[in-house]
Write a protein that binds this ligand. Structure first.
Ligand code: AMP
Ligand code: MG
Length: 399
C-alpha cells in the first residue's frame, strides 16, 4: 500500500503525452491543444483601421479642417487628402494612407462642411496600424496552446479554417458485476441499477473525451479478460470499475496480469478508493477503479484526470487546490488520507454527511473535495484545510 502523494508521483513519472496530431475545423477546436505553432497568413489588421468614430485628418497648421467625404466600416473607397483636409470616419473603417490621425467626434465642432478641433492631434492617434496585432508570417500562438473561445475567434480572424492539434485519447470504460442491471430493466432482488458507466462517461465528457463504454461484463475471469483485451487493443486509456478488491469474484487483477498489464501501483492509503490499481501495457494505461461509485469518481478526479490531461497536453493537469477554513469541527479516527465530499460557500467549506464510498448522494451535492492527509483528522472550526475544486465549481467559486 502506498501513500497518496507517492501514487500521484508514479502517475506524474509516466510519459503520457499523445504525439499524434490531426487537423480540426476551427469551430470544433474548443479545448484542443495546438501541436504546431500557428503562423499568421496575413497581417492583423490587414489595413489601417479607425479605432473610433470621428474624423481622419491630414494634419495641417490650423485647427479647422475641410470635410471632403465619409468612410464607413466595410467601404473600399479611399481619399487622397491634402494638408488641412479630413474625412468623416467610423470605427473599423479603412483610414486613408494620407491621414495621420483620427480625432474622436466628441472633440470636434462641426460647421457645414468644416470641423474645428481645439488641440493639435498626435500622429497615429486612434489608428490601428497594419500588423499592429500580428505580423504576417510571425508565430501568433505557440505549440501546446490550449484553445479557449478567444483562441477560436482569433484563429477565425486570421481566416484560418482548420488547425493542427493533438488527437484526443481513446478511452474505454468497462464496468463489471453480476449484480448490475441497466435502468429500464426490472430490478430483481440482489440487483442494482448500474451507475458507474454513466458517471465516468459524464466525468470524461466534462473534459471533452467521449469514451467507448462496455457495461455488460460478468464476474468471470473469461469475460473480464475478453473485455479488457479488446479495450487495451483499441485504447490509450482503459478504466475498469469493480472487481479489483480481494473477493472471490474479483477477477480484474488476475485478468490484467494474464494480459501482461504491468502494475505500477496497487492499493493507496486513502478513503475512499483503497483498492486502486494503475498499470500499463505498451502504450495503454489501465486504471482499475474500486466499484463503489463514490470511490470510482473520487479516483477519477484525483488520479485519472491528471494522466488524461497530460495525454491531451493540457495544463494545469489536476483539480485546482486552495486552503479554506472549515465551518465546523471535524474528527475521524481513520488513519488513511481522506477525500471528503464538501461544499464551498462564501469562501468557507462544509464537509457533507453521507461520506460512505457506496453513497453518491453527497457527491451529487458537492462542489469540492476536502483532502486530509494521513492522520490529520482532528480539526476545529475555522481550521484551514486543502480543498480540491470539482470542475463545476471552478466557475462559481471566488477566492
Ligand atoms: P466491487 O469493487 O466490484 O467489489 O464493488 C463494490 C461495490 O460497488 C458493490 O456494492 C457493487 O455492487 C458496487 N458497484 C460496482 N460496480 C458498480 C457499478 N458499475 N454501478 C454501481 N455500483 C457498482
Ligand atoms: Mg464486483
Amino acid at each position: 500500500m502506498i501513500a497518496v502523494e507517492e501514487a500521484l508521483g508514479f502517475i506524474r513519472k509516466e510519459k503520457a503525452e499523445i504525439l499524434e496530431t490531426e487537423f480540426v475545423a476551427t469551430p470544433h477546436a474548443l479545448g484542443r491543444v495546438l501541436s504546431a505553432p500557428l503562423v499568421a497568413p496575413l497581417n492583423l489588421p490587414s489595413f489601417r483601421q479607425s479605432a473610433m468614430d470621428g474624423y481622419a485628418l491630414f494634419i495641417g497648421e490650423k485647427h479647422t479642417y475641410k470635410v471632403v467625404g465619409e468612410i464607413k466600416a466595410g467601404d473600399e473607397t479611399s481619399f487622397s487628402l491634402q494638408k488641412g483636409e479630413c474625412v468623416r470616419i467610423f470605427t473599423g473603417a479603412p483610414v486613408p494612407d494620407t491621414a495621420q490621425a483620427v480625432v474622436i467626434q466628441e472633440k470636434v465642432t462641426v460647421k457645414e462642411n468644416t470641423i474645428t478641433i481645439d488641440a493639435h492631434p498626435n500622429k497615429g492617434q486612434n489608428i490601428r496600424e497594419i500588423g499592429s496585432q500580428v505580423q504576417k508570417g510571425s508565430v501568433t500562438l505557440e505549440k501546446n496552446q490550449e484553445l479557449n473561445p478567444a483562441g477560436l475567434g482569433f484563429i477565425q480572424s486570421l481566416g484560418i479554417q482548420s488547425v493542427e492539434v493533438y488527437r484526443k485519447p481513446k478511452v474505454t470504460v468497462i464496468v463489471t458485476g453480476n449484480e448490475l442491471v441497466a435502468p429500464g430493466s426490472p430490478l430483481s432482488k440482489g440487483k442494482i441499477f448500474e451507475s458507474n458507466s454513466l458517471l465516468l462517461d459524464a466525468a470524461l465528457n466534462q473534459f471533452q473525451v467521449k469514451p467507448v463504454v462496455l457495461s455488460k461484463v460478468k464476474d468471470t475471469l473469461q469475460s473480464t479478460i475478453a473485455a479488457l483485451e479488446k479495450a487495451i487493443d483499441h485504447s490509450d486509456l482503459v478504466l475498469i470499475s469493480g472487481g479489483i478488491s480481494v473477493g472471490k469474484y474479483d477477477f480484474v487483477g488476475e485478468a490484467l496480469a494474464q494480459l501482461g498489464v504491468k502494475e505500477v501501483f496497487y492499493k493507496v492509503k486513502q478513503r475512499p478508493g483503497k483498492p486502486l490499481f494503475f498499470g500499463k501495457k505498451e502504450r495503454t494505461f489501465c486504471f482499475a477503479l474500486p466499484g463503489n461509485p463514490a470511490s470510482t469518481l473520487s479516483c477519477f478526479y484525483i488520479y485519472v484526470l491528471p494522466l488524461l490531461n497530460r495525454m491531451m497536453h493540457k495544463n494545469p493537469t489536476s483539480l485546482r487546490r486552495s486552503q479554506l477554513p472549515l465551518t465546523h469541527s471535524f474528527h475521524s479516527s481513520e488513519p488513511r488520507a481522506l477525500f471528503l465530499k464538501a461544499f464551498i460557500k462564501e469562501g468557507k467549506v462544509t464537509i457533507l454527511d453521507h461520506q460512505n464510498s457506496s453513497m453518491l448522494i453527497s457527491f451529487a451535492k458537492a462542489n469540492a473535495l476536502v483532502y486530509l492527509p494521513e492522520n490529520e483528522a482532528t480539526l476545529e472550526k475555522e481550521d484551514f484545510v486543502t480543498v480540491l475544486f470539482l470542475p463545476e465549481a471552478n466557475q462559481i467559486v471566488s477566492e
